[in-house]
Design a protein around this ligand. Structure first.
Ligand code: AMP
Ligand code: MN
Ligand code: MN
Ligand code: MN
Length: 284
């Protein structure tokens, strides 16, 4: 009897903390990962490496391997994409310049989301989301939490479906950096660029192949294949994409928060055996 696919993965290369829109501190994410049997963890907060130092100290305490990471927001051919950078030097000047610019973009966008919500009769959202995030650059998840806490929506997903999701009245189109700049800055920082959750962009198969091929030609090396909350068919599609384009495979939960329906650390199936794991290229 094989229970392999239901056992937590020992490698999880996509997780969030309070440094971006997760609800656990970096140290608590590491502790939870360790308790769940994860031995190699990448902390990949949105557009920041602010949680890495704390996570690194906690990883030493818990005896697990911490891979430095980030999930960068970018745009390519008019489509917003996420690229995970793994094994990056967090002191890289190019990376830190990109992070500073992203912070300015996020602050501006958050104020505009607040203004849109105010026009819809929902006042104080920017300030509330800032308190949720503890920063002046709250993400949409922080707005969703504030809207939920105020009773404007009954659940997180409703905030996106009705107000702040793409095409909804409080959605603000954002001028993210290009995919080319994003991959370049990860490579500059000594990291490996991985195309995050390829099946979540609502693209046709041909668009996805085009984007993945362009990502590879720009220096991208990996694509996420085994992730939490995805169907076996979606995993097969991602694996076929990796084989066809010649990308390494990555895995990760995209953990944000403990909870019944939330993506949990290490909770996803293994990579298909013929796919080379991206972590084989990360320095020990
Ligand atoms: P941002 O980077 O600020 O645009 O926020 C994107 C984040 O919002 C994602 O990483 C998720 O954490 C969250 N998110 C996006 N769409 C949804 C959704 N439909 N339901 C719940 N959370 C979502
Ligand atoms: Mn998020
Ligand atoms: Mn993402
Ligand atoms: Mn993520």
């Amino acid at each position: 009897m094989s229970t392999r696919s239901t056992e937590p993965s020992a490698v999880d290369l996509h997780a969030h903390s309070t440094a971006s829109d997760g609800t656990l501190s970096p140290a608590a994410v590491v502790e939870r990962a360790s308790a769940r049997g994860v031995r190699t963890l990448a902390l990949t907060d949105h557009d920041t490496v602010a949680g890495i130092d704390e996570a690194r100290r906690a990883a030493t305490v818990h005896g697990i391997r911490l891979i430095t990471g980030i999930e960068l927001s970018c745009v390519h051919a008019g489509k917003p994409l996420h690229v995970v950078g793994l094994g990056i030097d967090v002191l890289s000047p190019a990376l830190n310049l990109a992070i500073d610019r992203l912070a300015a973009t996020r602050t501006d966008r958050a104020m505009r989301i607040g203004a849109r919500l105010a026009k819809l009769g929902i006042d104080g959202a920017y300030e509330g989301a800032c308190i949720e995030s503890g920063t002046p650059m709250p993400g949409r998840a922080h707005f969703a939490r504030w809207l939920l806490a105020r009773g404007v929506v009954a659940e997180n997903g409703e905030a996106f479906d009705r107000l702040i999701g793409r095409g909804k009245p409080a959605y603000v189109a954002t001028e993210w950096p290009s995919l080319a700049e994003t991959v370049e800055c990860i490579v500059d920082a000594g990291g490996i660029a991985v195309l995050a959750h390829p099946l979540r962009y609502q693209m046709t198969a041909s668009w996805l192949r085009r984007i993945a091929a362009e990502f590879r030609s720009l220096g991208g090396l990996g694509v996420e294949i085994s992730i939490a909350r995805q169907s076996p068919v979606e995993r097969d599609v991602a694996a076929s994409l990796a084989r066809r384009i010649g990308l390494l495979g990555s895995v990760g939960s995209d953990f944000h928060s403990p909870g019944l329906h939330a993506a949990e650390l290490g909770a996803f199936p293994p990579l298909p055996e013929d796919i080379e794991p991206v972590w084989s290229r990360l320095a020990a």
